[in-house]
Design a protein. Structure first.
Length: 111
């Protein structure tokens, strides 16, 4: 367990991938344990693949992942740890979190 603003969160690492495209910085982060999962919600018509080709980058701590996310113009986040902390830090609005198979997913773009 690690301290997170006075609260305990499960320790773990994040896969962080950074890509550059047409002046944009695309940062994708997922909790290491969700990499490769296929998340399905038939009622909502959702099938989301946490594709290693997209998400698998370097393994980083949550704090390091947040620092890299601060450089992003577009962010893709999947997993309990990274989404929870991104909401707490105001990067993601709580209403913008989609949950599929108990796994939170969030995206953001700067304008």
């Amino acid at each position: 367990m690690e301290e997170n603003g006075g609260r305990k969160t499960p320790a773990g690492l994040e896969y962080v991938s950074v890509r550059f495209s047409n002046g944009e910085v695309v940062v994708s982060v997922c909790d290491e344990e969700v990499l490769g999962r296929v998340l399905v919600d038939p009622e909502k018509g959702i099938r989301y693949v946490v594709d290693p080709l997209f998400y698998k980058g370097e393994l980083k701590s949550v704090e390091e992942a947040l620092e890299i996310l601060s450089t992003a113009t577009t962010g893709n986040l999947v997993g309990d740890r990274i989404v929870k902390v991104a909401v707490e830090k105001g990067i993601i609005h709580p209403d913008a979190v989609l949950v599929v198979e108990n796994v939170p997913i969030a995206f953001f773009a700067t304008i």
